[in-house]
Design a protein around this ligand. Structure first.
Ligand SMILES: Cc1cc2nc3c(=O)[nH]c(=O)nc-3n(C[C@H](O)[C@H](O)[C@H](O)COP(=O)(O)O)c2cc1C
Length: 368
């Protein structure tokens, strides 16, 4: 298998990329009081210098009183934080890189290990932390309207600051995903209901507002996952038909890229369909949209076990090349390898296998 597909350019609307490698969004908690500083800008610049095709920033929270559970996660509002992001964009562009922010609202969350809590209670569709576990507030219609407006303002700011695209975090059991999931969304108004299409209404309205703010030519990515941090076995769509029904209104609302989060990219999405297509593969096939795959690229173990302390070793990219060669998906996001090695792209491109590093959670304590 060749590496040609991975290093071929990619173009969509106003976004032009030199290769197919995307830095996955990864929370680093190095932005005191929500303000990304010069160290964060330099960290992203090193990935641009290392020839990453597109950098997606760590999740950065929109302007709601309880959108974050960690004071060191960057804000995407307020003069100081946006000034910090301006610096990030300038550094990345100076190194000929491309970058989009991942816009985030966490929804109902557990408390941070530091004990810090936001000024107001967490908020979500039904005031549930996990199925059957009450916590925080159920959002009113006013809360929802204000949240959509906050994402809209953030999107307009992303474009104004010169970002090349943006991503909405609709995965992993955070706010948007809490609405998708019947385990946490038990609303009986228009934002809830028995079918996934009704529970997708918040996401559809959000995407429409973001599209209205950024115009037609600016690329919007939506990150989705079947699994939740609250339940790894959860599956919003159990069949290809259900998946197509879920995604069609989101595509119509203005999503350009579906970023399909899996823990291991080689796992088939639907075991009983006689196909080895992964999540991104099915989504591309069913929607015709651009997709990004992700999950243990170049590493032996997956990232949640990594948080629990399991170390990972470098792993062959042969299966990735095989799937890219058959155009199963368009882009490939890489997480932990780009935490430990800003030059990972160049190392694999030149076959410098001796330079490849493993990953362990100690890597999270510094911005290399
Ligand atoms: C330290 C760390 C922080 C993460 N933070 C985010 C985040 O803010 N937003 C998000 O969508 N995913 C987040 N993820 C998930 C990654 O984007 C990615 O999907 C996951 O690490 C799998 O890719 P990998 O196996 O290449 O690491 C995080 C992962 C790690 C390891």
């Amino acid at each position: 298998m060749s590496a040609n597909a991975l290093f071929s350019p990619f173009s969509l609307k106003s976004l032009q990329l030199k290769n197919r490698i995307v830095m996955a969004p990864m929370t680093r908690s190095f932005s005191p009081n929500g303000v990304p500083g010069a160290d964060v800008a330099a960290y992203y610049r090193r990935r641009a210098e290392g020839q990453v095709g597109l950098i997606l920033t760590e999740g950065t929270v929109v302007e709601r009183p309880a959108s974050s559970n960690d004071p060191n996660i960057p804000h995407f509002y307020g003069e100081q934080a946006l000034g910090g992001w301006q610096q990030v964009v300038e550094e990345v562009h100076a190194a000929d890189g491309k970058i989009g922010p991942q816009l985030w609202h966490m929804g109902v969350m557990g408390e941070h290990r530091s004990g810090w809590t936001p000024a107001q209670p967490f908020e979500g569709p039904s005031g549930l932390l996990a199925p059957g576990v009450p916590k925080g507030n159920a959002m009113t219609e006013n809360d929802i309207t204000d949240t959509i407006a906050a994402f809209g303002r953030a999107a307009a700011d992303a474009k104004r600051l010169g970002f090349d695209c943006l991503e909405l975090h609709g995965a992993h059991g955070y706010l948007i995903d809490q609405f998708f999931w019947d385990g946490l969304n038990q609303r009986t108004d228009v934002y809830g209901g028995d079918d996934l299409t009704s529970r997708s209404r918040l996401a559809v309205e959000l995407v429409q507002e973001v599209r209205r703010q950024v115009g037609e030519d600016f690329v919007i990515s939506l990150r989705l996952s079947q699994w939740k941090q609250q339940d790894y076995e959860a599956k919003l769509a159990g069949t290809p038909q259900a998946l197509a029904t879920w995604l069609a209104p989101l595509a119509d609302a203005g999503v350009d890229i579906f970023h399909c989060s899996q823990r291991r990219f080689w796992e088939p999405e639907f075991e009983h369909e006689g196909s080895d297509l992964n999540f991104a593969g099915w989504v591309k096939k069913l929607t015709g949209k651009t997709t990004i795959t992700v999950g243990s690229v170049g590493l032996s173990g997956e990232f949640l076990a990594g948080f629990a302390g399991e170390a990972s070793e470098p792993r062959s990219l042969e299966e990735l090349h095989r799937r890219l060669d058959r155009e199963e998906f368009d882009l490939v996001a890489v997480g932990r390898q780009l935490i430990v090695d800003p030059n990972w792209v160049e190392n694999i491109r030149h076959g410098r296998t001796a330079e490849l590093k493993g990953y362990s959670r100690e890597a999270l304590s510094t911005l290399v």
